[in-house]
Design a protein around this ligand. Sequence first.
Ligand SMILES: Cc1ncc(COP(=O)(O)O)c(CN[C@H](C(=O)O)[C@H](C)O)c1O
Length: 339
Amino acid sequence: MIDLRSDTVTKPTKEMRQAAFDAIVGDDVYIEDPTILELEALAAKKLGKDAAMFVPSGTQGNQIAVLTHCVSGQEVILEADSHIYFYEGGTIAAFAGVQPRTLKGNHGAMNPLEVEAAIRVDDIHQPETGLICLENTHNRAGGAIVPLENMKEIYEIAKKHNLPVHLDGARLFNASVATGISVEEYASYTDTIQFCLSKGLGAPVGSIIAGTKEFIVKARKWRKRLGGGLRQAGIIAAPGLVALNKMVDRLADDHEKAAILASGLGSVKGLEIENKVDTNIVLVNTKEAGIFADQFIEKLKEEEILAVAFGPYTVRFTTHYDVTNQEIKQVLEKISKLI
Ligand SMILES: Cc1ncc(COP(=O)(O)O)c(CN[C@H](C(=O)O)[C@H](C)O)c1O
């Protein structure tokens, strides 16, 4: 089976499994797991933030950020196809009691002027704006890299209005490897950030959230309230250390595989590449071929290829560590005969 559903499907490397076996552990509720503390310190350093905390998932990291930044009744400005809005079960409303104010971005980048116009004025009838959320790379925009300049402009507007900015940087390392801009520079235009160890970086579990020491103290309390107080979790943090230390630069391989896949699929009659393919995601439109995305996915499955539907005629293919160049070639050979 060639699994191109997501970079979340990556399995831990041998080195990660060994690191888990060898991990020195302690009780993380007492902030005593040395492996988690090492991972958190490394992550904070790489991001240029004062503190960081290991969380079991990117969703929990994002939700803890909203819970920590906002109070119930506030409004959060975020992109209309962002993961926090589109894929996190309405949790910002359910748990944080905040309402989303969505803006349609261009390849995932919100227009800074529209963001400023969406910030609420001091009026008894209106909610206050509590947070602005960004996403880089942007998943539903096809792993699009949001330009640093765009992040900078939005951040400056946020500061002018004394508002915090949270970055859903689940795939921020993909952006950094593709542009050569450091994650620290990206993170300098956001107050808090979440990034995934469990996607392209290949760790089996987990994400990091980072920000000021004060933010992390409050965020840790929210993680505990959500039942996320971890015990000897150095066992799952150890693979995260391997991911952060050894799996970043190779993301370029995933981008190369995506470029080869996009070039091949783009030459199949009836298929059209929807996105610019900045990183490891390829969005394919099947309308010209007269086949719905779900039907196409079923046909792919019969050929032992897995992908996901992103819309009625849009199929997402995501490259990652566990898919080889040879397998990408096999996918192209099979699909060219399929349509
Ligand atoms: C931008 C972004 N932020 C956050 C998350 C959530 O991370 P997890 O909760 O899955 O660890 C994801 C996962 N994305 C997953 C995927 O792409 O297959 C699915 C859609 O949830 C994400 O793409």
